[in-house]
Design a protein around this ligand. Structure first.
Ligand SMILES: Nc1nc2c(c(=O)[nH]1)N[C@H]1C(S)=C(S)[C@@H](COP(=O)(O)O)O[C@H]1N2
Ligand SMILES: [Mo]
Length: 332
């Protein structure tokens, strides 16, 4: 039950939506496990994983989870969580093929341990950071975010991680750092798509430093209380919920602080279609299709009703200020 709906799309839960304590605690335990360095290991049997995913996807459950853990800068997502099976079987991860079903089929070859992330560029503390240390760097929490892909599908996912700003603060960017470049793994031995020429590998994305520092920008290690499935970008990825999905780089290996706007993979591939900012914006069409509506994955099958896409994917109250005075048609 919802007690209030704001014009900006955010709603508040009431006590009847509270998750049973046992479910809550089992999730907490999983997250603690992750933080102690068990990432990459299967944390639960398939049956347990499915049960967990079911409980996440049950109508009414996500309300309480949103209240307990997604209150980042006031962004509460109170919508039905996408089912785990949909979120983990309909993916974009071109390193494993261009079909939406390819990553789930092919990503098992990805080796997620050992893993480290190189921090470089205009930063006081550059270096190679082991995944185990990154997991422990800050308290992880669960956050329910919408993510909308440029092709028009969207999902609501309970991610597990912490704000990227926690890591950025630790490594101390220098005064000249204005942008952050995210480089993802490009291993032709384990990633069949890297042999293709659809993109210039490695897959690179970028954010302005203030966007990267925004508390909503999540460094995610898990989803649905589990470590990320490989097709979703294990062992760590970005989730930038007010931007089109492609800004959320998967399987990160390098974070570079720069004074110049990074050249990003999709912008290099088709500059007229994919700008640097790529903020979700129903008023700025993709040159080949409208961005005004979206279809929620798993909702009513093929004939799903279209939903109206919200400005900044519904996070305008939180991030709109970052773009004050900018012409968003020019900086798309
Ligand atoms: N390394 C890498 N990251 C990537 C992609 C990719 O092809 N390679 N695809 C992007 C796109 S287009 C989207 S929509 C999201 C999809 O994330 P999901 O599969 O978890 O929904 O991942 C993004 N991150
Ligand atoms: Mo996408």
């Amino acid at each position: 039950m919802l007690i209030k709906t704001h014009a900006d799309g955010f709603v508040h839960p009431v006590a009847s939506d509270v998750t049973p304590l046992a479910v809550y605690q089992s999730r907490r335990d999983l997250i603690r496990l992750m933080a102690t360095g068990a990432a990459g290991v299967a944390l639960a049997s398939w049956a347990a994983r499915e049960a967990l995913a079911q409980s996440w996807a049950a109508p009414g459950q996500n309300a309480a989870l949103a209240r307990t853990r997604s209150n980042v800068a006031g962004a509460l997502i109170m919508e039905k969580v996408t089912e785990y099976k949909d979120a983990s079987s309909y993916n974009n991860f071109y390193e494993f093929g261009t079909d939406k079903a390819d990553p789930a089929k092919n990503a098992h070859t990805l080796k997620t341990s050992p893993w480290s992330v190189e921090i470089e560029g205009l930063v006081k503390k550059p270096g190679r950071y082991a995944l185990e240390d990154l997991l422990k760097l800050s308290a992880q929490e669960e956050r329910i975010y919408r993510l909308r892909c440029v092709e028009g599908w969207s999902m609501v996912i309970p991610w597990v991680g912490y704000s990227l700003s926690e890591l950025i603060k630790k490594v101390e960017p220098l005064a000249g750092a204005k942008y952050v470049e995210f480089v993802t793994l490009a291993d032709p031995k384990t990633m069949p798509g890297v042999g293709s020429r659809v993109l210039d590998w490695p897959y690179v994305e970028g954010l302005r430093l203030d966007e990267a520092m925004h508390p909503l920008t999540l460094l995610a290690f898990g989803m649905y209380g589990e470590v990320l499935p490989k097709q979703s970008g294990a062992p760590l990825r970005l989730v930038v919920p007010w931007k089109y999905g492609f800004k959320s780089g998967k399987s990160l290996v390098k974070i570079r602080f720069t004074d110049k706007q990074p050249a990003t993979a999709w912008n290099k591939a088709a500059a007229s279609e994919y700008g640097f900012y790529s903020n979700v914006n129903p008023d700025v069409d993709h040159p080949r299709w409208s961005q005004a509506t979206e279809r929620r994955i798993g909702e009513d099958g093929l004939f799903a009703r279209k939903r109206k896409t919200l400005m900044f994917n519904g996070y305008e109250a939180q991030v709109g200020q970052l773009y004050a005075g900018m012409d968003l048609k020019k900086y798309f």
